[in-house]
Design a protein around this ligand. Sequence first.
Ligand code: GTP
Ligand code: ZN
Length: 207
Amino acid sequence: MDAIVNKLPGKEENMLDDSNNKPTQAEAEEAVRTLLRWMGEDITREGLLDTPKRVVKSYSELFGGYEADPSDVLGRTFEEVAGYNDIVLVKDIHFHSHCEHHMVPIIGKAHVAYLPDERVLGLSKIARVVDIFARRLQTQETLTSQVATSIDETLAPRGVAVMIEAEHMCMAMRGVRKQGSTTVTTRFTGEFEKPENQYRFLEMLRH
Ligand SMILES: Nc1nc2c(ncn2[C@@H]2O[C@H](COP(=O)(O)OP(=O)(O)OP(=O)(O)O)[C@@H](O)[C@H]2O)c(=O)[nH]1
Ligand SMILES: [Zn+2]
């Protein structure tokens, strides 16, 4: 087979199927050189020689969420919680993402709660799920929904509540240039669709 073997940086064994048509590391670095030239830079100057390699390496980290599967993370649950069945809230989960329109950072925090149905999640797994989806190109609405849906579908709790507060650098650094504005999104499932549970969630966030 004459297919191009695409290798992910640092993951030599991880070959993707042809339909993904993932560019090679060399092609990605060349694309960075093209952008640098388009910006008016001299790509032969010393300070920029390793920049394409650094950018691609940095993108592998910033967009590492495409390679991660949230259900792997959420699969680890516990039952021994002495009958605890009230809200579990992890708040102020800081994240960095990038908007899919401009590929510019979205910086914010997520608050994630659920009402357990016998099983509970390791707390760090909630933050890991936020990170997996944040490390992809996003809209805030999609990120909010994806976090809620993945917990809902994998853990099958009585309900999930997600609130995200974030600043979009595409609104601060460019375009309309409004610094300091915060966008707030929420997604409620199951018993969190009831106003009294939404109220408790919001109250817990205030304290
Ligand atoms: N709903 C939503 N909009 C977003 C998000 N991130 C960025 N945007 C918006 O996406 C829109 C894209 O609008 P366009 O008119 O296609 O692009 P543009 O000319 O760059 O827009 P301006 O940012 O207004 O300069 C902008 O209004 C952005 O503020 C997000 O997470 N959710
Ligand atoms: Zn944007």
